[in-house]
Unconditional design. Structure first.
Length: 317
């Protein structure tokens, strides 16, 4: 059964992304209510940015996959990251990029050297993300990679190499896939399509309700802790039901826990709208296409090159 949300305890967490620039300040202790509000604010930001860009220029709308109603996966999976961590996602995955805190002006005008936090935008996020996680491990950095599958309802066969490599090397990476429950059941009946099968690689596979941002956040919190402490990779299988709106679900969740306030909600809407408008004005209408970070390829060249570079670096010391 998919993991369900539990009432979060006070935690150390960054606030949700502003519509313009990611907050790179150190994490601070937040109350349970503030944590929930931060998650809602991130959901709302992702929704409003997607809606605004979809209504904007045709080139921006064609450049991204606008999938309103699926924001809980991106927000929940990235909420526990720090600025030094990496998100590997398709350059079309608008929700993941916004959830990570990429400025709207960078999304519209193309990524430049000043973009922070810098995303990894390969055609194949799982393989490239595993290569990045290997680099973190070889450099003895406690950084984590969250890699979003570029396909919805993926087949395990497409990612065997990346999953096997990440498990064998105990890489600090979280693989995130999104399945629609009906398609998953039709393909594999009583078997979970990916989460159960990856356990053959000694890789934990966790099914979670992809429409519940708190549930995704809590599962990702454990996976990030596991990766950061050298215990290896995790796959999170998000089952997102298109009939369930994550924003409405989160509002209901907040109301039940007496953390909802209409005045706060109205102020948040105005704040996000103003920030989006300012970012679009700062973009200056530049329609430079976003460039991908590296081409699709297998892990062998990435791994061998990284190991060779690390060996040379050690010999030169």
């Amino acid at each position: 059964m998919p993991s369900k949300a539990k009432n979060p305890k006070p935690t150390t967490q960054q606030s949700g992304p502003a519509a313009g620039q990611a907050d790179a300040s150190p994490p601070q202790e937040t109350s349970a209510a503030e944590t929930l509000r931060n998650l809602y604010a991130s959901l709302l930001c992702c929704r409003r940015v997607q809606e605004r860009l979809a209504q904007g220029s045709e080139s921006a709308a064609e450049r991204f996959d606008v999938r309103t109603g699926h924001e809980a996966v991106s927000v929940g999976a990235t909420a526990n990251l720090v600025p030094e961590d990496t998100v590997a996602a398709s350059s079309r995955n608008l929700s993941a990029l916004v959830a990570r805190g990429i400025p709207i002006r960078s999304l519209v005008a193309g990524f430049g050297a000043s973009c922070s936090p810098a995303p990894l935008l390969p055609e194949d996020p799982f393989h490239a993300g595993a290569g990045c996680a290997l680099a973190h491990k070889l450099e003895r950095k406690r950084h984590v990679v969250v890699a979003f599958c570029a396909q919805q309802n993926p087949s395990l066969d497409d990612w065997q190499e990346a999953l096997r490599f990440a498990a064998g090397e105990r890489l600090p990476i979280i693989f995130v896939i999104e399945n629609d429950p009906a398609s998953a059941a039709a393909r594999n009946g009583h078997l979970e399509p990916v989460s159960f099968q990856v356990r053959g690689h000694n890789l934990p596979g966790i099914v979670v309700d992809g429409s519940d941002v708190v549930a995704v956040w809590r599962v990702a919190q454990e996976a990030v802790h596991r990766a950061r402490n050298g215990w290896g990779a995790t796959l999170i299988d998000c089952r997102a039901d298109a009939a369930r709106d994550p924003l409405a679900h989160m509002e209901h969740y907040l109301r039940k826990r007496h953390a909802w306030d209409d005045a706060w909600s109205s102020g948040l809407e105005m704040q996000i709208a103003a920030a989006i408008q300012k970012e679009l004005e700062n973009a200056g209408g530049d329609e430079t296409p976003i460039q991908t970070a590296r081409p699709r390829g297998t892990l062998a060249p990435i791994a061998s090159a990284l190991r060779a570079n690390m060996a040379l670096s050690k010999d030169s010391r």
